[in-house]
Design a protein around this ligand. Structure first.
Ligand code: 5AD
Ligand code: SF4
Length: 486
């Protein structure tokens, strides 16, 4: 999930990621130009950076202007029906451009391509290329086929592909934070979820290539990496050359050791897999951010069982206790689904009480959307009326809004180390950054000579539900800030 943009929102179908920092100059030597839009989870945004790299190698330059593009790509999401509808609507908007420019090619990438396969070509006549998440290396060939007038499809899933050797081209980058993918696919089979079908079996990327990518980012001036996977805690890599097994905790440590100035985040954790070893590693390193995205989905054990989440309410809440015991200052966020098949009012109340207990800083909240081919679609009836789902979701959102505000109120008067990410959207006189706990903090630039990527101490004076507002408390050299806390 795009953490900053989407917190406390009810769905994640926001369109983002059209701007490409390195290629915005339209006068360049590239033979052709592509335009790419990404939808859905952070993994899709990360994949678009891999696609950009593959296309770049073949002499295609990126453009932010869809009118100038020879190729248009949509990197799509299938997680809820609404996500797919958003993509279909966007495709109709491209129809006009294609009418005036018939040689322009339109490609659909990602989960919707994988789910619908060649059927997408029948349903959406303007689409020329359909490519699943494991087949991006074949894009240059598919483009060639499509240029020859053929429709081109590759939706083969792989058990090995991790794109480990591809250096992503950072899109839409603030030059400070970047995603680094560490696993692909998912073996969990939550009954509501289409991801195991669209992204295939889980595989872990070579730890050496992950560390090398993070190091390279640090050397280029980045100060924060987010390690990405559907279930990061099940990361498992056997390094035969070094005769070493690398767990997620080991990997976190390796990345944290690159530099105390490089912040490390990760997403997403599965409550059944996050270990004490991971929690202790987080606690040990100042630069591993004290924040865990720990999807709840439901606060009721019977519903969790139907969802095939493999934990109970008690197990989940004990995990929350354990996190707070080892790291009292750790922030927690969640994903929550309202109105899953056969959920009763009492069971919905259990979700609310689990939220209240866990005191999430924020949540991503959805109502259940039946997805074709999933276990839930085959086994259970989607029997909660839409208005009930929406009312339950509204109650969940209202509670989360209160919890977020209460959590922020508690920070008033505290001073946090903040990594500056850029100017505040509202005012060029203010900086925006985040603290370790992933809370957004806005503060006046004053007369200090700071820039994105710098660390600064900020004292919080006020807050809204989504943001802390503060003032600069100390501007040390970044190393002394970090060292004083080590
Ligand atoms: N309906 C609603 N929400 C879903 N999610 C996954 N599948 C569905 C679905 N069919 C949510 C889960 C997951 C997040 C990425 O999306 O909460 O953690
Ligand atoms: Fe989907 Fe569950 Fe895997 Fe997350 S862990 S991607 S919700 S199957």
């Amino acid at each position: 999930m795009e953490v900053l943009e989407l917190q406390n929102k009810t769905h994640d179908e926001t369109r983002q990621g059209e701007a490409f920092a390195p290629f915005t100059n339209e006068v360049n030597s590239f033979k052709k130009h592509f335009y790419i839009e990404s939808y859905g989870c952070a993994m899709n945004f990360s994949d678009s950076e891999i696609v950009a790299s593959i296309l770049n190698e073949q002499g295609f330059g990126a453009t932010t202007n869809v009118e100038n593009a020879d190729l248009i790509f949509l990197n799509t999401c299938s997680i809820r029906e609404k996500a797919e509808q958003t993509v279909r609507k966007r495709l109709t908007e491209f129809r006009k451009i294609k009418e005036s420019k018939p040689q322009m090619l339109v490609g659909v990438l990602g989960c919707m391509a994988e789910r619908l396969k060649a059927k997408l070509l029948e349903e959406e006549k303007l689409v020329d290329i359909v490519v699943g998440p494991d087949a991006y290396r074949s894009l240059p060939n598919l483009i060639e086929e499509a240029e020859g007038g053929q429709k081109a499809v590759n939706v083969l899933l792989s058990r090995e592909e991790t794109y480990a050797d591809i250096s992503p081209i950072r899109l839409n980058s603030n030059g400070v934070s970047a995603f680094v993918s560490i696993t692909r696919g998912c073996n969990n089979m939550c009954s509501f979820c289409v991801v195991p079908f669209t992204r295939g079996r889980e595989r872990s990327r070579d730890a050496n290539s992950i560390v090398a990518e993070a190091k390279d980012l640090f050397e280029k001036g980045y100060r924060e990496v987010t390690l990405l996977g559907q279930n990061v805690d099940s990361y498992h890599f056997i390094d035969e050359a070094k005769d070493e097994v690398v767990t997620f905790a080991n990997l976190l440590e390796k990345v944290a050791l690159i530099s105390p100035l490089l912040r490390v985040r990760f997403s997403t954790s599965h409550p059944k897999d996050i270990t004490d070893e991971v929690l202790y590693t987080m606690a040990k390193y100042h630069n591993i951010c004290k924040y865990i995205h720990l999807p709840l989905q439901s606060g009721n054990t019977r519903v969790l069982q139907l969802m095939n989440r493999t934990y109970t309410r008690e197990w989940y809440l004990a995990k929350v206790d354990r996190i707070k015991e080892i790291m009292p200052e750790c922030g927690i966020s969640a994903d929550i689904i309202a109105g899953f098949c056969s959920e009763t009012e009492e069971e919905h109340q259990d979700t609310l009480s689990a939220m209240e207990y866990s005191k999430y800083d924020y949540s991503y909240m959805f109502f259940y959307s039946e997805r074709p081919g999933t276990l839930a679609e085959r086994r259970y009836k989607d029997d909660i009326p839409e208005e009930v789902k929406k009312r339950r979701l509204a109650e969940i959102v209202a509670l989360q809004n209160r919890l977020s505000y209460e959590s922020n109120l508690q920070d008033i008067g505290k001073t946090f180390e903040v990594l500056i990410e850029g100017e505040s959207k509202k005012s060029g006189n203010d900086w925006k950054g985040r603290n370790s706990r992933n809370k957004v903090i806005v503060f006046a630039k004053e007369n200090y000579n700071l820039k994105p990527g710098d660390y600064v101490h900020v004292k919080v004076n006020e807050c809204t539900q989504g943001t802390l507002l503060g003032e600069i408390a100390a501007v040390d050299s970044p190393l002394s800030i970090v060292n004083s806390k080590l």
